[in-house]
Design a protein around this ligand. Structure first.
Ligand code: ADP
Ligand code: MG
Length: 627
């Protein structure tokens, strides 16, 4: 047996990203420095929960000290604050790994975000990015961590002034805690208020009062510890005993968010399976909502023991929901992998997802204003469910809200839309694009507007995917206004308006000429049903891909061959009639054919086919006009 000797201290450099981050923390100007307490308490609580989980399969880890606890000790004379837990602890290698590098991809995203963030917002971002520990350097000019992994007979220390390097060292067991981690902060001069017990108590109670581990406070190193939080799991209390404020505090500390929950759901499922759900929908978007790796963050507990936050309790399109499920029926001593396959988990997943959607339905009718705000924030994510979750498609279509041509900027449901169908209208019309305002003025909508037909304006990326997935609502298919024939002739015009005349012979032969001139660049040129004011527009051929989807796929490098568009010409347009008139100059007509095509592309937000040739033609035609 070896007696533990103090090995020589070893100085190492932080990873480049960590250094940058630390620089930010050390020179932090964030107004709200209190968050460091929340972050360190949250790490201590996580450590206790990890130990509780590991001890399920290895009871000896707990030893004689089975009661988890976080102790905060103040030392006003030395201007120090210590946070100690009797959780899982870290080995020397884990210390270097956890506090010298950044495991998650969070840093880069955090740095990008914080660079553009306002001062007050900065500190609120910290918890969301998995970089919480480093916030200690907002208030401390030196941080020492002493840790001993549960079940190990070695302890190690880590210390740093946050300026590029840290020192790591094996330490004598005699000076280390029996288990867990002690974080000692040498507070900066202007942070001495964190040695005042009333300040610290108030801050911890409001930020971390509901962590599931009791918190003790000592106002001097040798003072008696006073319990300031009982570690009772909030979700096990009856709803009637919990205040809105308590829910909010819990949400903030559990989710690392700083907003108000837009929706709080707390209930107990009884019957075949018993479990408690406490879930929140945030008010604001988490930064990584559209990160492809972003998974849900609902935590799974079994009889108050934290098991995992990777159980995918909710479908991906509800990944913005925060909270937890505490099951009574899952076996405690089962591995995380086996839990994934458990039919009990499957029942929980189904139950919680359905309940959340039905709460959303209730909110949609009960408090429209709040619902629309929530839809505005998370609608683009929920819509992913329209092609990912066939079984709940109908419910999701019912929840969906849209901006349309007929709604003057208000959100409309499909139920509203269908109630306003025109005689003989058999489809739900939509236009996809990237910008609502531009969509609303696209030429392809003119004929629809003339007939008072409402068109959904779909400007989220996800729209191009679900809307082309063969979906329908109450038997009505979705039809793009930029694809195929508009076929509006069956739908009557408003009283007093007459349908435009069909193309004259002259116009028909001009259209044939344009087609010949453009050749391979288009798949067809034809007289348009859908234009009333503009001269031309582009649409996709009937069985081709939606033009917006094509652009998205091309942009992502996932399109082999784009289909050729159809150029539609408004036979009633003044310009078209003049160009068609017998005797029009052949050269002008040829220039016009190309210019009309380019005009249609520009209206769709694209470049002319050949910008140089376009410029030359335009000059030629303008010069003629002045001659
Ligand atoms: P996060 O908690 O989001 O992972 P942090 O920066 O707060 O990010 O902490 C980094 C890592 O350091 C944690 O994931 C954990 O592995 C380790 N750690 C921090 N504090 C403790 C502690 N008190 N006990 C055990 N491990 C800790
Ligand atoms: Mg943390």
């Amino acid at each position: 047996m070896t007696t533990t000797t103090e090995a020589a201290p070893e100085t190492r450099s932080f990873e480049a990203d960590v250094s940058k981050l630390l620089h930010l923390m050390v020179h932090s100007v964030y107004s709200d420095k209190d968050v460091f307490l929340r972050e360190l308490v949250s790490n201590a609580a996580d450590a206790c929960e990890k130990l509780r989980y590991e001890s399920l399969s290895n009871a000896s880890l707990l030893g004689e000290d089975g009661q988890p606890r976080i102790t905060v000790t103040l030392d006003p004379e030395a201007r120090q604050l210590t946070i100690e837990d009797n959780g899982i602890g870290m080995s020397e290698a884990e210390l270097a790994d956890a506090l010298g590098t950044i495991a998650r991809s969070g840093t880069k995203a955090f740095m990008d975000r914080i660079a553009g963030a306002k001062e007050a917002e900065g500190s609120h971002l910290i918890g969301q990015f998995g970089v919480g520990f480093y916030s200690a350097f907002m208030v401390a000019d030196r941080v020492e961590v002493l840790s001993r992994r549960a079940g190990s007979n070695q302890a190690a220390s880590w210390s740093s002034d946050g300026l590029g390097t840290y020192v790591i060292q094996t330490v004598d067991l005699a000076t280390a805690p029996t288990r867990g981690t002690r974080v000692l902060l040498h507070l900066k001069e202007d942070a001495s208020s964190y040695t005042e017990s009333s300040t610290v108590e108030r801050t911890i109670k409001s930020q971390s009062g509901h962590v599931p581990v009791p918190i003790l406070l000592k106002d001097k190193p040798d003072a008696e510890a006073k319990q300031i939080a009982d570690g009772a799991a909030l979700w096990t209390k009856p709803k009637s005993e919990i205040t809105v404020e308590e829910y909010k505090d819990f949400y903030r500390s559990a989710a690392g968010q700083f907003d108000e929950p837009a929706l709080t759901l707390h209930y107990r499922a009884e019957g075949r399976h018993e479990y408690t759900v406490l879930a929140f929908i945030p008010e604001t978007k988490p930064f990584d909502l559209f990160d492809p790796d972003r998974a849900g963050r609902m935590k799974l507990y079994v009889r108050r023991v934290f098991i995992t936050d990777e159980a995918q309790i909710l479908p991906r399109y509800l990944r913005f929901v925060r909270g937890l499920v505490d099951s009574n029926d899952l076996p405690l001593n089962v591995s995380r992998e086996m839990i994934q396959e458990s039919p009990v988990l499957a029942a929980i997943q189904k139950g919680v997802s359905n309940r959340l959607l039905s709460e959303l339905e209730k909110l949609a009718t009960g408090d429209t204003e709040r619902y629309l705000k929530l839809w505005d924030t998370f609608g683009p994510v929920i819509k992913e469910g329209l092609y990912e979750d066939y079984a709940r498609r109908e419910t999701l279509l019912g929840l969906a809200r849209f901006k349309t041509t007929g709604s003057a900027g208000e959100w409309r449901s499909l139920k509203d839309y269908v109630a306003g169908l025109k005689d003989n209208q058999t489809a739900i019309y939509y236009a996809t694009g990237t910008d609502l305002d531009r969509l609303a003025t696209s030429p392809q909508l003119e004929g629809f507007r003339a007939r008072g037909i409402e068109v959904l304006l779909l400007a989220d990326q996800v729209d191009s995917f679900w809307v082309t997935s063969g979906i329908d609502y109450e038997g009505k298919p979705f039809k793009s206004v930029t694809q195929g024939l508009a076929d509006l002739s069956l739908i009557p015009l408003p009283e007093g308006e007459t349908p435009g005349a069909a193309a004259s012979d002259d116009v028909s032969s001009f259209i044939a000429f344009v087609k010949e001139t453009l050749g391979d660049a288009v798949s067809d040129v034809r007289a348009s049903d859908r234009l009333t004011e503009s001269a031309v527009c582009l649409v996709a051929p009937e069985h081709a891909m939606d033009r917006q989807l094509e652009k998205l796929l091309a942009g992502a490098g996932r399109l082999d061959m784009a289909s050729k568009p159809v150029l539609e010409i408004n036979p009633r347009h003044d310009l078209v009639e003049k160009l068609s008139a017998a005797g029009t100059d052949a050269e002008l007509r040829a220039d016009a054919a190309h210019l009309l095509f380019d005009e249609a592309r520009i209206a769709d937000g694209e470049l002319p086919v050949d910008p140089r040739a376009f410029a030359q033609r335009l000059s030629r035609v303008l010069a003629r006009g002045l001659a």
